[in-house]
Design a protein around this ligand. Structure first.
Ligand code: 2P0
Length: 354
């Protein structure tokens, strides 16, 4: 292994992703296998991202992790599954300058330390787990010299958090649900790279940065157990929407893209409402934003803006160009002024985000 007291580190940055056709519901809780395909857009790393540094040293006595400055446990099954998968694929690492040589066998007994920061609120429905787990898997894979392509790494990230598998690529990404029981074909693939539709602008209106009351994991478990709508959504609606969405993205057809994105967000929240106990991720401000965008799009005769809401009240608004985005921002600031009686407090502007 080489001289003692050495530390070998890798740092990586991974953006979050926003689903335009949503993942909601698992058919296998341990392997994190979804009940439908999903499609997302990966944000520009300058805005919402996780930065993770991972380190290995013979001085480390056990695996440890700090998230936003606080120590968190790595003992959970999901972290352990990712670590196990990565360790089993680790290769020799050599740094001649530092005199470090780690063999494949050494990785079985070496421990890692992980330090991770989100530059946005954690667990507030801004897909923090997607960026976090994707970054963890990517940085550890680099540290351990794991020689797997992005789609194989996506299957490992998926076992940390479902939506994380989509954050390993830029642009538009599809998570294929797969058919195999062991999850080997439940992977993410890139549909188009970030340059394909680069005049889209994404604005995130942070309605509330509080942590959500119902975690996605428990919310989707309750939905699968109790909702009568979710099966119809997964089997009848989403498969058709996936085909239509792929076509809209390929052709940069904004009206079709916007209609599908809004409809899928609304159906996801309808399924949440159809859950026992009902799950309310959106609040009054979210509903007012939807009404406002719907009215604007109807007035223009063709969609100018698409909205989508994840497991929280924050609005993700997608404009088809910079001019529409500037108008949208102006209107948001007028109708939802920050620090007014609404709790819409800030805007994150993702310019040329995809
Ligand atoms: C999505 N969401 O497709 C959907 C839309 C939220 C709403 O993926 O249990 O944090 O870790 O697999 O990935 C949030 O769920 O849940 C999510 P787990 P995850 O982005």
């Amino acid at each position: 292994m080489a001289a003692e007291n050495w530390v070998f580190t890798v740092t990586a940055q991974t953006p979050t992703n926003i689903a335009v056709i949503k993942y909601w519901g698992k058919r296998d809780e341990d392997l994190i296998l979804p009940i439908n395909d999903s499609i997302s857009v990966t944000l520009d790393p300058d805005h919402l991202c996780t930065t993770t540094s991972v380190a290995v040293s013979p001085d480390f006595t056990h695996d440890r992790m700090w998230l936003n400055g606080k120590e968190v446990s790595l003992s959970g099954g999901r972290y352990q599954n990712c670590l196990r998968e990565l360790r089993s694929r680790a290769s020799d690492v050599e740094d001649e300058k530092k005199g470090i040589k780690i063999t494949k066998k050494d990785w079985e007994k070496l421990h890692v330390h992980v330090v991770s920061y989100n530059n946005f609120p954690t667990a507030a429905g801004l897909a923090s787990s997607a960026a976090g787990l994707a970054c963890l898997v990517f940085s550890l894979a680099k540290l351990m010299n794991v020689k797997e392509d992005h789609s194989r790494l996506s299957a490992i990230a998926r076992q940390g958090s479902g939506s994380a598998c989509r954050s390993l690529y830029g642009g538009f990404v599809k998570w294929i649900m797969g058919k195999e029981e062991n999850g080997s074909d439940s992977i993410a693939v890139q549909l188009t790279d970030e340059k394909h539709w680069d005049d889209l602008v994404i604005i995130i209106a942070v309605v509330s940065s509080k942590q959500k009351e119902t975690s996605s994991t428990s919310g989707m478990r309750d939905t699968v157990e109790t909702s009568m709508l979710v099966e119809h959504r997964a089997k009848e609606v989403v498969p058709k929407r996936i085909i239509q969405m792929e076509e809209a993205i390929k052709n940069r057809d904004f009206p079709a893209f916007a209609r599908l994105t809004c409809a899928d967000s609304n159906q996801f929240h309808a399924v949440c409402l159809d859950t026992l106990p009902p799950i309310f991720y959106m609040n009054d401000t979210s509903h007012r934003i939807i009404s406002y965008v719907e009215k604007w799009n109807r007035f223009e005769g063709t969609p100018q803006v698409a909205y989508t809401f994840d497991a929280g009240p924050n609005a993700v608004l997608i404009s088809h160009n910079r001019k529409a985005a500037a108008q949208l921002l102006q209107r948001l600031l007028f109708f939802f002024p920050p620090q007014s009686d609404t709790d819409l407090s800030s805007y994150v502007i993702g310019d040329k985000t995809i």
